[in-house]
Design a binder for this molecule. Structure first.
Ligand code: MSP
Length: 652
């Protein structure tokens, strides 16, 4: 047990993109940081817990355009959903930063200028492969089969003026940071970073985009044709939110360097290499730890915005309570590995640990105090067999939990707490209070058994209050504990509650769930959610300067009806489906970028319009012998299906 009165502690989540509503993946990092922050507060630390939203960039600009609103209007709406979710999940952050906040914008401009003045940012030329429709530059190694990795289309050589950040001067220091210190948790990931990014030579980073293509960003003050690259903007949040280079806050000296930045593996590189390099260039202290966790996956895929709608934290919270969801995701995720989300595992976990384990322990104990003693224990109590072991385990728990919190291993901390819950349930079986109750002379022993159970519940519920902050106060009310009893210091002590404590029977804290019925209902819900997801309609824009063609030009295109006889995903390209078609005269294969919009089984047996005389092209290893017609609106694509005409019919 370590008390840390007044010592500072600074913990951060990533700042999330408000490009879609938050999902259970975002909940994990935020609930984990919240639990650590709450635990640190209990330990006496003066805590700053920061979260927020990363609101600039092309993606947001495009999404806003699709909806026909300004980027700011677009993010304002989604930020409200994030904040509502954090309130719902009982996330007690100290500060919420939005990268569109004025103070952050001006501070980032100063940071950029400072890096420029120090000679670490210079103007150069960005040369690379450019995908025009995606407006993205790619390096050769990022291309997939020489094509844009996002859309599979051809890229062209292009160059543009840009600012670069010199990374190479920091390579040695960063390598040492990753391999010789405990900055990165778990350290096993250090090797992969060093081998992939540092050993081949740290490349300078392009840190601006021209504002012709991309306006929704922070302008470079001394060259307004450029906006600051989103990651320079985003990473700076960890210091601007404390008041670095701005007067809005005055906490930088107190809280920097951060004690923990927690992120998932997708953004580890930015926090393990680029962020330390920026701080080194600015001559600022480095954060103490970067805790990297895996992904919550669903059917083997990273939970994404679209899947996130299916596993909507509001829907789950509504059914099982926010604390049960917090518990489940934190108990399942081991630092460093992925955790697969499944409704079955979640419901079983809630039933086993929360309903049968903790819930039962609390309700049985309180019910027995009521039944055998009218709710108030007598002063005279007599200790006996099994007490010592229970007391030893309960009072040793805090040290073990402290150790796991220090290592950000929340799943292990929770597992240890629940070992004591099981120990207490076993103690009930060992001491058999219902047998003791049969004989009046056993009353002092019975009172002691129940008192020991109440004390154990006090200890575990105090430690658990960092993880499940909504439910534990209800437990305290039921076991007759007041706020002075449930302090961190008291978790190492036994005998804190008065001997003559009075309990209050109350609601069941975690009701047991009927697994089969619930899975059925969840599946139905998922089905209906899927249907209820209309894509936002975008008003089509009238094209300008379209060259007119003659009927002869059009006649050059051979359009025919074809039937899809088979369909499968293309392993190497997420966006492509491989279609086998009967074009009325034979079989041919077409690769089409519609995987995001259709499942293979939805297409088989359908008739479509085929551009039959297109030159064959190889797309991600598939020879595509033609093209199928589809309509596009915003983010939605609909294949044009044909009814009533046999395969091979000509379309004119
Ligand atoms: N805006 C950047 C971060 C900038 S930090 C200076 C970004 N945003 S994000 O919205 O994509 O959020 C990524 C983070 O959300 C992950 O690092 C992780 O914390 C959380 N998660 C998003 N999906 C997740 C899972 N499926 N599983 C676990 N965590 C997930 O990247």
């Amino acid at each position: 047990m370590q008390k840390h009165n007044g010592e500072k502690y600074y913990i951060t989540t990533p700042i999330y993109y408000p490009s879609g509503n938050p999902h259970i993946g975002h909940c994990y990092t935020t609930a984990a940081c919240d639990s650590i922050a709450r635990y640190r507060r209990m330990q006496g630390y003066d805590v700053m817990f920061l979260t927020g939203t990363d609101e600039h960039g092309l993606k947001i600009e495009q999404k806003a355009a699709e909806k026909g609103v300004t980027p700011k209007q677009y993010v304002d709406e989604i930020v409200e959903v994030f904040k509502k979710l954090w309130k719902y999940m009982n996330i007690n952050y100290d500060r919420y930063i939005r990268t569109t906040d004025d103070y952050h914008v001006t501070a980032v401009q100063k940071i950029f200028k400072d890096l420029y003045d120090r000679g670490y940012i210079y103007k150069g030329e960005y040369k690379g492969k450019y995908c025009t429709p995606c407006e993205s530059f790619w390096t050769d190694s990022q291309l997939k089969d020489g094509k844009c990795p996002d859309c599979g289309r051809d890229v062209v050589e292009a160059k543009e003026e840009a600012y670069f950040f010199k990374m190479s001067p920091f390579a040695d220091r960063i390598e040492k940071l990753l391999t010789e210190t405990d900055y990165l948790q778990p350290k096993t990931r250090a090797l992969e970073l060093v081998n992939n990014f540092i050993k081949p030579g740290l490349e300078d980073l392009c840190v601006s985009r021209t504002s012709f293509k991309w306006k929704w960003g922070i302008p470079v003050t001394f060259d307004t044709n450029h906006v600051v690259y989103v990651w320079i903007d985003a990473l700076s949040n960890y210091i601007t939110a404390l008041g670095y280079d701005n007067d809005t806050y005055n906490d930088y000296d107190k809280f920097w360097p951060a004690d923990v930045h927690m992120v998932a593996k997708d953004i580890m590189r930015f926090h393990a290499i680029i962020w330390p390099a920026m701080l080194m260039a600015l001559d600022l202290p480095l954060p103490k730890h970067l805790a990297v966790h895996g992904w919550i996956t669903f059917n083997g895929q990273k939970m994404s915005k679209s899947l996130g709608n299916i596993i909507d934290p509001f829907v789950l919270g509504e059914r099982y309570g926010a604390d049960a969801i917090r518990y489940h995701i934190m108990r399942e995720m081991a630092l460093g590995s992925d955790s697969s989300f499944s409704n079955e595992i979640m419901i079983n976990r809630i039933n086993t640990d929360l309903a049968n384990g903790l819930g039962n322990l609390v309700s049985r104990t309180v019910a027995m105090v009521e039944k055998y003693f009218g709710g108030t224990l007598p002063e005279i109590q007599q200790s006996g067999d099994f007490d010592e072991d229970l007391i030893a385990q309960a009072t040793a728990l805090v040290d073990t939990v402290d150790g796991f919190i220090d290592k950000t291993q929340l799943n292990n901390a929770l597992a240890e707490i629940f070992k004591v819950v099981s120990r207490a349930n076993k103690y009930i079986d060992e001491t058999t209070p219902w047998v003791l109750a049969k004989d009046e002379t056993n009353k002092p022993r019975l009172a002691c058994v129940l008192y020991n159970l109440l004390e154990t519940i006090r200890i575990v519920s105090t430690l658990l209050s960092a993880f499940m902050p909504t439910t534990m106060p209800i437990v305290w009310e039921q076991i007759g504990a007041n706020s002075k009893d449930v302090t961190y210091e008291n978790t190492a002590k036994f005998g804190v509650l008065p001997k003559t404590v009075t309990v209050h029977k109350g609601e069941i804290i975690f009701p047991r769930i009927d697994v089969d019925k619930e899975i059925d209902e969840l599946n139905k819900l998922i089905g209906s959610q899927k249907k209820e997801e209309p894509k936002p309609e975008v008003k089509p824009e009238k094209p300008e300067n379209v060259a007119l063609i003659g009927i002869d030009d059009f006649a050059k295109v051979e359009l025919r009806v074809a039937e899809i006889t088979a369909c499968e995903p293309v392993k190497k390209a997420k966006k492509l489906l491989k279609l086998t078609l009967n074009d009325g005269f034979g079989e041919r294969t077409v690769a089409s970028g519609i995987a995001k919009y259709y499942k293979p089984e939805e297409l088989v047996g359908k008739k479509i319009i085929l551009v039959a005389n297109l030159k064959p092209a190889v797309l991600c290893g598939v020879e595509s012998q033609g093209m199928i017609l589809a309509g596009e609106n915003g983010d939605d694509v609909k294949v044009i299906f044909v009814d009533g005409l046999p395969a091979g019919s000509e379309i004119r």
